[in-house]
Design a protein around this ligand. Structure first.
Ligand SMILES: NC(=O)C1=CN([C@@H]2O[C@H](COP(=O)(O)OP(=O)(O)OC[C@H]3O[C@@H](n4cnc5c(N)ncnc54)[C@H](OP(=O)(O)O)[C@@H]3O)[C@@H](O)[C@H]2O)C=CC1
Ligand SMILES: O=C(O)C1=N[C@H](C(=O)O)C[C@H](O)C1
Length: 271
């Protein structure tokens, strides 16, 4: 089978550069396009050089329609507005769309899902094995404990992160809510400040810390009356998110249209 031809969207960003490096190390994948924001000062620059590699001849471009004539998939780690703009083109061109962008609203998710009767999309707030395994464990623990255990999700990221809570925190919150059999949207507490009143029984709480260069730390705390269970994951390098995304693209190549998650890719959906 020919190598999978991939476009990296957000190629000048932190994840984009990691993706370019990982693709260069993956025998069955090849970089054929690098997308950046219209007006970016990086347009025209070599994607390999930006990623700290030898020049690869792939210049950053803002024209996805043109790039996608020569591709099988797009790895999208950008911002919500860009990802949503990419959805229709990716579907029209028959590209596998790997969506790693976080901060997506419910209506953004509806747009993404609207194309999956004809397109293959893999979306996850976190592409690592560790977090997706943690989510499966969180669901299992939440199933085993009643509301006398309060669930709190704490995350910390680098100071440049622009959305909160993190996509991973929501993924873990969804896992906890599924374990409990409740809807996260009606059972969450976010952004506590001031005279908040006592905690509502059954709420799943979120707290976000930002600082330094932290790649991504997440803890799910089950706090009972006399004991506490804490499940923690610490990401040490964003290379493994990039490796997860490339793995997802190769897994999705040739698959039937549908909406998939990393739990599907990693075989954890029924864990
Ligand atoms: N699912 C997962 O496993 C992971 C998800 N993420 C998520 O990925 C996203 C990116 O993170 P990160 O790389 O750290 O952020 P960066 O800000 O470093 O990178 C985002 C890149 O996207 C570019 N961009 C903005 N608009 C467009 C556009 N219209 N078309 C193409 N590119 C565009 C930005 O350009 P400019 O700077 O010029 O605006 C920037 O280069 C975030 O949402 C983050 O939460 C991160 C790690 C893992
Ligand atoms: O912005 C980041 O850096 C990260 N974003 C993702 C998130 O919002 O959960 C994944 C990871 O934690 C790093």
């Amino acid at each position: 089978m020919a190598d999978m031809r991939l476009i990296v969207a957000g190629a000048g960003g932190r994840m984009g550069r990691a993706l370019v490096r990982v693709i260069s190390e993956t025998p069955s994948a090849v970089l054929t396009g690098a997308l950046e924001a219209p007006g970016s000062e990086l347009l025209g620059k070599d994607a390999g050089v930006l990623a700290g590699l030898p020049a690869n001849g792939i210049e950053l471009s803002a024209d996805l329609w043109k790039l996608s004539a020569n591709a099988d998939g797009i790895l999208d780690f950008t911002v919500p507005a860009a990802t949503i703009a990419n959805v229709a083109i990716a579907a029209e061109r028959g590209l596998v769309h790997i969506v790693g962008t976080t901060g997506l609203s419910m209506s953004d998710m509806a747009v993404i899902k609207s194309v999956t009767s004809r397109a293959v999309v893999v979306q996850s707030g976190n592409m690592s094995l560790g977090i997706n395994l943690l989510a499966a464990l969180v669901k299992r623990v939440a199933q085993s404990l009643d509301e006398s255990f309060d669930i709190e999700i704490v995350e910390m990221h680098h100071k440049a992160k622009i959305d909160a809570p993190s996509g991973t925190a929501f993924l873990l919150g969804e896992a906890a809510a599924a374990g409990r059999g409740v809807d996260l949207h009606t059972h969450s507490a976010r952004g506590r400040d001031g005279h908040t009143g006592a905690r509502q029984p059954g709420d799943i709480g979120f707290a976000s810390l930002r600082g330094g260069t932290v790649t991504g730390d997440h803890s799910v705390i089950f706090a009972g009356a006399m004991e506490r269970i804490e499940l923690t994951h610490r990401a040490e390098d964003r290379t493994m998110f990039a490796q997860g995304a490339v793995k997802a693209a190769l897994w999705a190549h040739g698959r039937k249209p549908g909406f998939y998650t990393m739990a599907d890719v990693l075989g954890l959906a029924d864990f």
